[in-house]
Design a protein around this ligand. Structure first.
Ligand code: PAF
Length: 279
């Protein structure tokens, strides 16, 4: 596997690929890779000639310095994992490569996308995601880019970015990879104790429960009950709500099939976890 740490190295490698007319698949990450990331890489490998993974822990998308400092860094393990699945190129930039001093802030109208769910809970988060993904798309110029649907709202924001600036890039949103007990894989799970991980498996169970109750009776009151059950397990629920899966506007009654999403964010052992279910 090739590793590029500077934009010059990246450019030299990528220009060779594009002069050979090879299609480029791109998986942006913040490292601490797990099976969910590897599934994105494998999907990219199936659909492209050359796959690039980036690892950059983007300070701009953390609204709390404490959260940023605690973000797991596992670069050596990540390199081994990517080598084991024959990834072509790892882009491992430092802060200056991504945010040069003369760099400009990206203007984008996220409309109401950053006013719901994660938006108010994490001020500045999506603006930070937009800044880094814009820069990565600009440097890598992929044909296709791969993102996990666990970060459902992020997928919507990145779609908006693509529609505004990168019409030629195809976005591929992939199913959430889960542990056997249903827990959505996330780099943050490594900060949970074994007990915390078992507790966290209640999140997906609650989503499944809410979905089936909703489909039976279409009653909003069930969401509150299911969320209350999570709280009884000592899980701190920030939100557990239904929205329109297309617009992300909060909804009271369920819409057409596949246009409903229940989104949740909870805290367990002071680790913030998000998940969702579309139906
Ligand atoms: O989903 C993530 O890991 C990050 O938000 C991303 C897309 C790599 C941007 O830093």
């Amino acid at each position: 596997m090739l590793i590029a740490k500077t934009n010059l190295e990246l450019h030299q490698i990528l220009s060779l690929q594009s002069s050979n007319k090879l299609s480029i698949g791109f998986v942006p990450t913040m490292g601490a890779l797990h099976q969910g990331h590897l599934n994105l890489v494998k999907r990219s490998q199936k659909e492209n000639d050359f796959t690039v993974v980036s690892i950059f822990i983007n300070p701009k998308q953390f609204n709390s310095t404490e959260d940023f400092k605690k973000y797991p860094i596992k670069t050596q393990e990540d390199v081994k994992l990517l080598e084991s699945i024959n990834c072509n190129l790892l882009y491992l930039p430092n802060y200056e490569e991504i945010y040069p001093q003369n760099g400009q802030n990206i203007a984008i109208d996220l409309e109401e996308l950053n006013q719901v769910f994660e938006g108010p809970q994490r001020p500045g988060h999506f603006e930070g995601v937009v800044s880094v993904v814009y820069r990565l798309f600009e440097l890598i110029k992929p044909n296709k880019a791969y993102f996990g649907l666990k970060d459902f709202q992020q997928c919507k924001v990145i779609y908006k970015l693509k529609e505004t600036y990168f019409k030629n890039i195809e976005l591929v949103f992939c199913e959430t990879t889960r542990e056997k007990n249903g827990l959505a894989m996330s780099s943050r799970n490594s900060r949970l104790s074994e007990k915390g991980k078992i507790l966290a498996s209640q999140i997906y169970k609650a989503l499944l429960d809410a979905k089936s109750k909703f489909m039976e009776t279409n009653a909003q009151s069930h969401l509150a009950k299911v969320s209350e059950k999570l709280s009884q397990h000592n899980i701190e629920v920030e939100y557990f709500e239904l929205a329109n899966a297309k617009t992300l506007k909060p909804a009271k009654v369920w819409q057409k099939p596949n246009e409903n999403v229940i989104l949740t964010a909870v805290k367990i052992e002071n680790v913030r976890l998000i998940d969702n279910i579309v139906f």
